[in-house]
Ligand binder design. Structure first.
Ligand SMILES: Nc1ncnc2c1ncn2[C@@H]1O[C@H](COP(=O)(O)OP(=O)(O)OP(=O)(O)O)[C@@H](O)[C@H]1O
Length: 244
């Protein structure tokens, strides 16, 4: 049995005369890995922004676990379980990696000072370990490489114990080793976390996703399993038109 976690209905966002996201219906089941693909400018990042709350829709509705979140801002959505990593990692550069994760974790935990170590610090160190940033306790995040910042942002998103993780091109700018680690990490996330992933690298999409939605000019042109999408004529057409 599947349960709808995220339901978007007729979600629309315009920029002047351009409709970047055009009446999009999208469903993400609890625990599902769902990828958004499509040519440049198809509206993928705008759709993620609409789900995360960074951008307000001009039309349509958005529900998370049955609750209407259309009018909620990003902080409220984050508290309801939507975590996000961005195309350019958003971390606090002057804080250590550990402090970044603690800052991200605190709004999601009710804990008195007496239990800070066991309930916050120790789990945050464990998260750093999980994403491959062991020992990130002392140096300022400004000194981390791009790949390490991406790992840190993932630890920060996980610290909020999300039900839905939004990933915008997580493999961009990573070395082959880092991509390998990222795929292992995303594959090993518990099924209590659903993932909505925008990624240009189709090899990664096909490995990670349960279902794929293809956007073209702001419209969904196909949704299906990786196999169905690979074989879809509509998908080939959308990409072919985009490259001319
Ligand atoms: N803030 C903005 N102001 C004006 N136009 C915008 C804005 N953000 C996005 N757009 C336009 O909306 C359309 C969709 O952009 P979006 O970034 O969502 O596409 P995308 O599928 O993520 O593309 P890419 O794969 O290149 O990242 C594009 O034509 C883009 O130029």
């Amino acid at each position: 049995m599947t349960t709808d976690l995220l339901v978007a209905r007729a979600l629309t966002r315009r920029y002047g005369s351009l409709t970047a996201v055009d009446r999009v219906d999208l469903r993400v089941n609890a625990g599902e890995r769902h990828a958004l693909i499509g040519p440049n400018g198809a509206g993928k990042t705008t759709l993620l922004d609409l789900v995360g709350g960074a951008t307000r829709p001009d039309g349509g509705r958005l529900h998370l676990a049955g609750r209407d979140i259309t009018r909620l801002g990003p902080a409220r959505r984050s508290r309801l379980g939507i975590g996000r990593i961005h195309q350019r990692p958003a971390v606090w550069p002057s804080l250590t990696a550990l402090d970044n994760v603690i800052v991200a974790a605190l709004p999601h935990r009710r804990v008195g000072p007496g239990r800070f170590h066991s309930r916050v610090r120790r789990p945050c160190l464990a998260l750093l370990d999980e994403v491959g940033l062991t020992g990130g306790g002392t140096e300022a995040a400004a000194h981390l490489s791009h790949g390490q910042r991406r790992q840190l942002e993932l630890a920060m998103a996980l610290a909020g114990r999300p039900r839905l993780l939004l990933l915008d091109e997580p493999a961009a700018g990573l070395s082959a080793v880092e991509v390998h680690r990222l795929v292992d990490l995303l594959s090993s996330l518990p099924r209590t976390v659903a993932v909505l992933l925008v990624e240009h690298r189709l090899d990664l999409v096909y490995r990670l996703a349960d279902r794929v939605t293809v956007l073209s000019d702001g419209r969904p042109v196909a949704t299906g399993t990786p196999d169905e999408i690979r074989r879809s004529a509509a998908v080939r057409r959308a990409y072919a038109e985009a490259v001319g």
